[in-house]
Design a protein around this ligand. Structure first.
Ligand code: NOJ
Length: 541
């Protein structure tokens, strides 16, 4: 089968605000990214997913866009952006833009007009409703706490915002809105970007009056129209942030025959430590068996009719090594274990900045240390509901998005080499030990494990195309699977526990063909295999 470039690629996500500052204002920028492209080339990635770099008042750090065709002043200029695309291309790296079109900023010109009154030509670009019995139209809630409806005194109507009130939702039913989005996408495609990551794209088909938000009836119609009017004729990667996708829904998005997106980015595995029916702040311990079930389901159910992303981290999630691994005694081992387990699966892997050097969560003790609007709104809401401060801070330490957003740790100099100024968000104090320079100097580092995994994927079609089989006859804490392709079989074994564990699988025999491992290992004897804490390896059978 002829692979598409994005099927063999590994994508690296950059959160520009926190990646590299070049002018000392404490905020990462495009020139900063350019200076780090050699580092990314060395790692071996094929594409960068760039979190939003457009003009924005930063109520939600760039996910509230006020101008889609201009660069955020703090990040640089359009010339810098053109240079980034060009410099990346020289290194065979494509730039994937973050497409945030479920909503704009309330400071976008369209909304400024829309707000002027019911007769304004832009009124219908957004979702305005009359009060019902003097109250908000219905009970839709914002993902950032509180009602999703905001009252506008002047016109006596409410507008919908599924995120903050500074992020009004666009009305996708309006053909002019769609045309504006297509024009904007074509502007970026003509610049030579490598594709789009589509922010909460599952929400664009919403029917607010019926309280339907995700997976609305017109969603796929809009995506087919988008494909036809914009990227359909380009060889680009398009990935939808698709909350609530089942494998069946994933096929709707990503079956090549349907001409929608290249792949989905779904969260079923990463929500497994959330209490049933509660929200993200209410956690429970992870069941490794559940994780095996969910990841395996996604490995086996798409066939040739869909494509999935592989990830543990992004800018909205706590760091996996702190969350489900061990960021103290077995920091290196557990970080590599997560990498090996995931990167040998089928799908397109995503690495979130700093993951490749084992960056960890960063604890806070007070709400004044928090920048993220989601955590701040939740704090206020839960305080009013009677939760104690300690409980709320604890949940922010576990699940808050700032955990992933602390500046990239480049070296052991002041502010980790991120900035010469005052960083917009504090640097994790562990930067003296955990940083890029230290990783590059240690042949055994987490960085080199990721680099080796990326190279393995480039060299071995079995990783891209092989069949996946879960091995069930192992203790719960061991995650083991096989990949099979053209007569070859690989076994991937990962111990999720901080205790050693033994497995006996004589039918797999013995092998000295170790492909990658996080402890020194020259052979594997499956009839009597003792795994060390967080041990992981892949072996050719
Ligand atoms: C998902 C993004 O990943 C997140 O950071 C953002 O807050 C929301 N969408 C709203 O755009």
């Amino acid at each position: 089968m002829k692979a598409k470039w994005w099927q063999t690629a590994v994508v690296y996500q950059i959160y520009p605000r926190s990646f590299q500052d070049s002018n000392g204002d404490g905020i990462g920028d495009l020139q900063g990214i350019i200076t780090r492209l050699d580092y990314l080339e060395n790692l071996g990635i094929s594409a960068i997913w760039l979190s939003p770099v457009y003009q924005s008042p930063n109520d939600d750090n760039g996910y509230d866009i006020s101008d889609y065709q201009n660069i955020m002043t703090e990040f640089g200029t359009m010339e810098d952006m053109d240079e980034l695309i060009k410099q990346a291309e020289k290194r065979n790296i494509k730039i994937i833009m973050d497409l945030v079109v479920n909503h704009t900023s309330d400071e976008h010109q369209w909304f400024i007009e829309s707000r002027k009154g019911k007769d304004n030509p832009y009124r219908d670009y957004y979702i305005w409703r009359d009060p019902v019995n003097g109250r908000k139209p219905n009970d839709l809630r914002s993902i950032f706490s509180g009602s999703a409806w905001e009252f506008d005194e002047e016109s006596g109507q409410y507008y919908l915002h599924l995120f903050s009130k500074k992020q009004p939702d666009l009305n996708w039913e309006n053909e002019s809105v769609r045309q504006e989005v297509w024009d904007m996408m074509n502007f970026w495609l003509e610049k030579g970007v490598g594709g789009f990551r589509m922010d909460v794209i599952d929400l664009i088909g919403k029917i607010p009056d019926q309280e339907i938000t995700g997976n609305g009836p017109k969603l796929h119609e809009y995506l087919q129209e988008m494909n036809e009017k914009t990227f359909g004729n380009y060889d680009v990667l398009t990935v939808g942030e698709t909350w609530g996708a089942t494998p069946e829904i994933a096929k709707l998005y990503s079956n090549p025959k349907r001409k929608e997106l290249s792949m989905v980015f779904q969260f079923e595995h990463i929500g497994l430590d959330q209490q049933e029916g509660k929200d993200k702040w209410d956690t429970k311990p992870l069941s490794v068996n559940e994780l095996k079930k969910v990841l395996s389901k996604w490995q086996t159910s798409l066939g040739n009719e869909g494509w999935n992303s592989l990830f543990w981290n992004n800018h909205d999630l706590p760091r996996i090594v702190s969350r489900w691994g061990n960021d103290t005694t077995y920091h290196k081992e557990s970080a590599k274990m997560f990498a090996i387990l995931l990167h040998l699966m089928k799908g397109t892997p995503y690495i979130y900045q700093g993951e490749e050097i084992g960056m960890t969560n960063c604890k806070i003790t007070d709400i004044s240390e928090v920048n993220d609007i989601e955590s701040i709104n939740m704090y206020k809401e839960r305080l009013a509901q009677g939760y104690s401060k300690e409980e709320i801070i604890d949940s922010i330490n576990k699940k808050g998005r700032d955990n992933a957003r602390t500046p990239m740790q480049w070296d052991n100099s002041e502010n980790a080499g991120f900035t010469t100024g005052t960083p917009w968000l504090r640097v994790n104090p562990n930067y003296k030990e955990i940083n890029v320079t230290a990783n590059l100097a240690d042949a055994n580092s987490i960085f080199y494990c990721y680099k080796q995994l990326i190279q393995l994927r480039k060299d071995n079609p079995i990783i891209v195309w092989g069949d996946y089989v879960l091995v069930e006859e192992v203790p719960e804490q061991v995650f083991m699977y096989l990949r099979k392709f053209e007569g070859e079989t690989w076994a991937v074994v990962a111990n999720f526990g901080d205790q050693a564990v033994a497995i006996q699988l004589p039918e797999f025999g013995q092998s000295t063909r170790i492909l990658i491992a996080n402890y020194p290992r020259s052979s594997v004897e499956f009839s009597q295999l003792e795994l060390k804490p967080y041990e992981a390896f892949a072996v050719k059978l």
